[in-house]
Design a protein around this ligand. Structure first.
Ligand code: GDP
Length: 354
């Protein structure tokens, strides 16, 4: 591999690990293989499979995740020799989207993408329909079962598409009613692995969230932060951008991210040590614009400054701050910066700590 290919590969594997954590998985071990091309029937080569089977005995993983898209037959063939459940990158991403989708449109888009992924793979090992509702079938259905599953899925796809048409045409009206509570809302956006959940966890560490009835109905990705002035704000960690997102997942991703249009402040976290950070930044900004966040202030947070080795030039055209999420002082500066925006945007919303 050329040097920058090697670098891109490393980032891609780190991203996969981050995605796995986001899906509440724990990474036991990471394996990679250099090949001229993907093995047509098993994705990885024979030697790698042997290495995997002996590692399986030692570590007993629940899941093996391939950092690519497995064809239906590759999935089947691997299933014959490996005992853990096998999923690929697309399935992992779909799982995260399914966890995170909140709006009706988001849920429909994710289910549609899941069904379209599933359809050509029916009958393979580890392909279970039960998760998708309807409770049909476990693994290895017989031929007749397979046909009825297929029909069932096709019907559901048509049904979802019809519903989506209706939902999308009513979207504007939904948006007006969106604002669910009166607190100042801060949303973290950015690429997976940029450090969003590190910032989220560290800013909300001191939180006694469970006891706080006022916010008790919020989802697990939203927590309270207390700003220097004593004001509360709500911080939400959104679903991360993904490098080379499969095109079949773009609609689902967008609709899952739509909640940022409700925010009062967007913290756009950029991994400034990533070789690709400029492109990442542009991609996020473009999508934010497309989602329609005009009027929502955006603070660009250049993270991982402790790791930056190469030249790094922040873009100064919007408000920004450089930090390392691992340093307490920097996080303090970040909350002060958030405070500034709250004060400026003021503030019919914010609730004072008694
Ligand atoms: P997310 O996918 O955006 O939520 O990213 P995470 O918060 O999971 O962070 C991805 C990885 O980067 C983790 O291994 C973090 O420990 C690490 N990380 C986050 N912030 C920093 C930072 O400021 N400096 C360094 N060196 N590592 C960081």
């Amino acid at each position: 591999l050329a040097n920058n290919e090697e670098e891109a590969f490393q980032y891609s594997m780190e991203e996969l690990a981050s995605l796995t954590k986001t899906a509440n998985g724990e990474v036991l071990v990471t394996l990679s293989q250099k090949r001229d091309r993907i093995h047509p029937s098993t994705y990885i080569g024979k030697g790698k499979i042997e290495e995997l089977t002996s590692l399986e005995e030692e570590l007993e993983p629940d899941l093996i995740i391939f950092n690519g898209e497995l064809s239906p037959s590759q999935n089947r063939n691997l299933g014959k020799v490996l005992s853990a459940r096998i999923i690929d990158r697309t399935q992992l991403i779909l799982d995260i989207f399914a966890q995170r989708a909140k709006s009706k449109e988001g849920k429909l888009q994710v289910e549609l993408a899941q069904l379209q992924y599933l359809l050509p793979r029916l009958g393979g090992k580890g392909i279970e329909l039960s998760r998708l509702g309807g409770g049909i079938g476990t693994r290895g259905p017989g031929e007749t079962k397979l046909e009825s599953d297929r029909r069932h899925i096709n019907r559901r796809i048509v049904d979802i598409k019809t519903q989506l048409n209706i939902v999308v045409s009513h979207r504007e009206r939904y948006r007006e009613r969106r604002k669910r509570n009166q607190a100042f809302q801060v949303s973290l956006v950015g690429y997976t692995n940029a450090g969003k959940s590190t910032i989220f966890n560290r800013l909300t560490e001191a939180d006694t969230f469970e006891e706080d009835l006022l916010f008790a109905t919020l989802d697990p990705n939203t927590r309270k932060i207390i700003l220097p002035s004593g004001y509360h704000a709500l911080l939400t960690d959104t679903v991360g951008f993904i490098q080379e997102l499969p095109t079949s997942l773009i609609a689902a991703f967008r609709s899952t991210l739509e909640e940022v249009t409700e925010a009062d402040l967007i913290l756009h976290v950029v991994d400034s040590s990533s070789p690709d950070y400029v492109n990442h930044e542009k991609t996020v900004n473009n999508l934010l614009r497309e989602l329609g966040v005009e009027g929502v202030p955006i603070l660009t947070v250049y993270n991982k400054t402790d790791k930056v080795t190469k030249e790094f030039t922040p873009s100064y055209y919007q408000e920004m701050i450089s930090i390392s999420a691992l340093q307490k002082n920097d996080l303090q500066r970040l909350t002060e910066k958030i405070q500034e925006t709250v004060t400026r945007e003021m503030i019919p919303y914010t609730i004072h700590v008694p």
